[in-house]
Structures are given as C-alpha cells and as structure tokens.
Design a protein around this ligand. Structure first.
Ligand code: HEM
Length: 535
C-alpha cells in the first residue's frame, strides 16, 4: 500500500530537537548521536571478530533485551484508548452535590480519561475470544488528582472475601504441572465456593464472551461511597452502559470461528473504530443506597456476588464517556498503565466491602513490582494536575515534583523554611463510627443461589441453551463428585437449571466416550469450550 493507513507523529508526541543538528527523520542513539550505519557492527577487518566498544550496537541490543516488564498477574491481555468524561451534574431530579462533592461529577465538567479493557486469565497475547470476565478500567485525570474505577463487564464477582483471590486465580490459570488450563481444576474450586454460582451463570452464558470491547457493559462491581459537603455518605455502585454501539455477546461457536482467523479481534475492533472516527461511548450510571446494612434486604449490600435489583435501586445516568484517541505507543500507555481501587478523590470513599479492601492493597503493591517504585511518574499514570510530594529517589526517578516557589532544600514536613504545606479541608470529614469485636467470619445473608436462579430465568432462550451446553461440556470432563456438587448448586438456583445441566453432562459424557473410542486426536469436536482441551 501507500502507507496512508499509518499514523504520523505530531508535535505533541515528538521529543524536542536539541540543537537541531540531527533533526527531521534522522535516526539517533539514546545519547542523541546521529546513526550513520545501522546495518553493520564494528569488526576487525571484513571477516574478523566484533569489538566491545561497539556503543551503538550494545545500546541497541541491550535495550532490546529489556523490552518487557512482567505481565500483569491477572488481566495481562488488554487494549486501551484515551477519551473524555462529561458530567451531567444530576442524580435523577437532584443535583449531584446532594450526594457527592467530587468535582468530577459537577454539571458540565469535562475530565480526560484513559481506559484499559482486558481479559483475565491468560497471557498477554492470548486470544480475545476466550470465555472470561472482561476488565473495564478507567483512569479519570481530575482536577483533584486521579480517580481509577477498576471494574468488569459482569457487574458481580466469583468471591466475596479478598482472602480467596489467589485461590480463585490459581484454579483459573493453567495447571502448574502441564501449563494447560483445566475445567476440572476450575470446577474443583467452584464446587467448594457456592457464592460463585451467580457469576458462573453469567460467565458460561454468552455474556462470558462479549463480541468486542466496544459492545460490552462495565461495572465497578464493589460498593463504594459518595460523601457530600456536610460529610454525609451514601453507598454507591457504578455501571457503564454502551450507548450507540449497543451490547452484543457471542455463542461458543461464533467465538471459535473468529478465533480460528483472528486472535486479536477485540483490540483491532477498538483501534479501527477510533481511527475511522466512530468513537465508542458509554453512559455512567449509579445506584445509590443509604449507608447502613439494610436488614430488609435478603443480601448484604457489601456482597459483590449480588446485583442491587434495578427496580429497587434505579440506575441514574450521571455522565458520558467518549473514547476518541488511540495510544501512540502500546507499551508506554497500555502496558505501563496502572489502575487501582485505592485511587479515589475527595467526595469518593471506600465502603467496608472486604473484597474492595483487599484489592486496594493488591494493585499498587503489584505495580511497584511490575512497573517499579516510581510508576506514578510515568506520563500515563501521572495526574494532570498539581503534584508536589516530598518523595525523592528510587529506580528511574526523573520527575522532581516541586511546587512553584518552594524551598527545594526542604523535602520534609513540617518546615518553616518554605516547604510544602497541607491543603485546607474541602468539606466536613466523614467519620463513621465502629464498635465490634475483631473476628474472622463469613458475611451473614450469604444467600448464594437466589439471584443465580433469577439471572438464569431472565436470560433469553438462546442464552440459556448456550449456558447449559457450555457448562455441561466442561463439567463432563470433571470428577463425578465435582459434577454432583455443582448440580446441587444449580438445582438450588432453579430446578430446571440443575436438570438441564445434568442432561447435558450425560449426553456430553457419551459423546466424549465415543470420541475416545474413535481415537480422534487433536480435535475438540463438539466439546470445545473454556479449556480448549482435546476431547
Ligand atoms: C488487575 C488483584 C478483584 C478488576 C488486577 C491486578 C491485580 C489484581 C494484582 C494486576 C494489576 C496490575 O498489574 O496493574 C485483585 C484482587 C482482587 C481483585 C486481589 C480481589 C480481592 C477484582 C474485581 C474486579 C477486578 C472484583 C472487577 C471489578 C480488575 C481489572 C484489572 C485488574 C479490570 C486490570 C486493570 C488494568 O487494565 O490494568 N487485579 N483483583 N479485580 N483487576 Fe483485579
């Protein structure tokens, strides 16, 4: 082609040209030396050995040797884009200030955002057609500093206590011996985790394979709080609803057909839509509850395996997000981006959701390891507002974040010599009162199956059929004891659910036997599913 599909660097993403000597398109080393020969290493004579002072070659190859950082321990496969969030300023008929003083939600406010979508279980180049929750992480560069909303597409989660996260993920990841994902290991864990039944019901339905990142919902999943100027709080849940592009999910067969030809289809779809100016949009909705334990409900509002029923807790649209700019460098912007549930701004707060508290430690902990101690100095992670800390040093420190006019000798507080000062309080403190014994206990109102049954009955027929087939095909590969336990859970959710999965397991088992007898090797036949195991 003529290269017209390729984007060109603009001034904003071009490094300043020092003295201009090597300007234009001249190739240089990192030291700014113009490169006159990028073909041949320096050798003693035409056929002789290479020399050690080959600075250009050694810089080039040793940087290449270090091109990767560890991939994310979960959500390694992702795609990202920049955009803007515009606030409506209202919650139903009330001004948003009634509930939160967060400036990002004020009427008409526009805030730049960066979004990263992802799958969870497999590595950084794994197929984007896999059955898996999808990550939906949004970084808002607000005037009060950054706010990250780190969510998924399914509104709920498998577990409700952060203690179980490493176990959950180990069961989903490949077997530590064979390095192959295994349905039996997955359902071994789930058969001891009744609260996962609701999430499994979504995951094994077509909702477990969104057609593209553009055509899926997003949700904060965990419960947060909003705090107003008087220091009063409400519980809040966040949901992103795709606007003009709508919601679309795939059958197992459709996903396999795409995967046979393209394992990057979701990244490609997002990139190409933005390049052609077809900017995807989502509306942000909130659900609000008063800040107490709601004894009238049959679930705990802090239980992330539950939906807050829409009829009781309506979705209020509070703003709109448009993604309108692709990264110029995938690694610098998408791979090095770091989101975390601890990253809140004034007017937003944590709830006592035990998952949320555990997550809040985990994200920045892994990022200090994955990216490095100064990961927040990188342009993608740095706030676009005033930053002035007393932090100095650490690997790759380059940004000394002074405040204008400050005494640069003072990197501590307090000081009367012109160091940094505390900010004034933006409103009344929110000071909830606690009085309880320190315990290790599961939550009350566990109620693991009722909403799973409701979700099952709310599906369209084709969605239920897919669910039954996908579950039956994978469970047929599992130990009988695991099958029985899972069937008990599905039956408690809905009798039909249990019965239909049992029938499908029986049929799939027979099909598996037949395939084994026919010694069909290297094919999934009709049974290919989450694990991609050969029959
Ligand atoms: C990524 C931990 C639950 C959504 C991650 C990462 C860790 C982690 C360590 C990698 C971060 C990085 O390397 O930058 C946990 C723990 C959880 C938990 C300990 C439970 C206790 C959840 C839940 C959701 C979720 C419930 C959905 C609401 C995400 C997303 C990413 C992610 C979207 C990828 C962010 C990105 O695109 O960079 N999680 N997670 N996680 N997690 Fe979680």
């Amino acid at each position: 082609g003529n290269g017209s599909a390729y984007r060109k660097a603009s001034k904003s993403n071009t490094r300043q040209q020092g003295n201009g000597k090597a300007g234009g398109s001249t190739l240089t080393t990192r030291q700014g030396h113009p490169v006159t020969d990028n073909q041949n290493i320096r050798t003693v004579g035409n056929r002789g050995p290479a020399t050690m002072e080959n600075y250009h070659f050694i810089e080039k190859i040793s940087h290449f040797d270090r091109e990767r950082v560890p991939e994310r321990v979960v959500h390694a496969r992702g795609a990202g884009a920049h955009g803007v969030f515009q606030s409506y300023g209202m919650v139903g008929n009330d001004p948003v200030e009634k509930f939160t003083r967060a400036k990002v939600f004020r009427k008409g406010k526009e805030t730049p955002v960066f979004v990263r979508f992802s799958t969870v279980g497999h590595g950084t180049h794994s197929p984007e057609t896999l059955r898996d929750p999808r990550g939906f992480a949004v970084k808002f560069y607000t005037e009060d500093g950054n706010w990250d909303l780190v969510g998924n597409n399914l509104k709920i989660f498998f577990i409700r206590d952060a203690m179980k996260f490493p176990d959950l993920i180990h069961s989903q990841k490949p077997d530590p011996v064979t390095n192959i994902q295994s349905a039996e290991r997955i359902f071994d864990f789930f058969s001891g985790t009744p609260e996962a039944t609701h999430m499994i019901t979504f995951l094994y339905s077509p909702w477990g394979i969104p057609a593209t990142y553009r055509q899926m919902q997003g949700s904060g999943v965990n419960t947060y709080k909003w705090v107003n100027a008087d220091g009063e709080a409400v519980l809040v849940k966040y949901h992103w609803e795709p606007m003009k592009q709508g919601i679309r999910n795939l059958t197992q067969k459709e996903a396999q057909e795409i995967q046979a030809k393209n394992f990057n289809h979701a990244t490609q779809d997002l990139y190409e839509a933005i390049e052609r100016g077809d900017f995807p949009e989502w509306e942000l909705n909130v659900q609000i509850m008063s800040d107490d334990d709601h004894p009238e409900l049959d679930f705990d509002p802090l239980d992330d395996t539950k939906l807050w029923p829409k009829e009781q807790f309506p979705w209020y649209p509070v703003g709109k997000m448009t993604l309108n700019r692709n990264p110029v460098d995938y690694f610098n912007e998408v791979e090095l981006s770091a989101f975390g549930t601890g990253v809140l701004v004034d007017g937003l707060d944590f709830s006592d959701d035990k998952m949320l508290q555990g997550r809040t430690f985990s994200y920045s902990d892994t990022q200090r390891y994955r990216v490095g101690a100064n990961y927040l100095q990188l342009p993608i992670n740095a706030p676009k507002t005033h930053v002035a800390t007393n932090q100095r040093g650490g690997q790759m420190a380059f940004d000394t974040d002074f405040a204008e006019g400050q005494n640069i000798h003072v990197n501590y507080e307090p000081s009367i010599l012109g160091g940094l000062q505390e900010a004034p309080k933006p409103g009344k403190d929110y000071t909830p009162r606690y009085e309880a014994n320190l315990v290790r206990q599961p939550i009350e109102r566990a109620n693991p199956f009722k909403q799973a049954g409701e979700t099952f009955r709310n599906f369209e027929d084709w969605e239920r059929e897919e669910l039954i087939n996908n579950l039956g095909n994978d469970l047929a590969k599992c130990d009988k004891r695991i099958q029985e336990k899972m069937l008990e859970y599905f039956t408690q959710a809905d009798e039909n659910y249990g019965r239909l999965v049992r029938e499908r397991i029986e049929r799939a088992t027979k099909e598996l036997m037949k395939m084994k007898q026919a010694k069909i090797a290297g094919t999934d036949g009709p049974l290919g599913n989450v694990t991609g195991e050969a029959g």
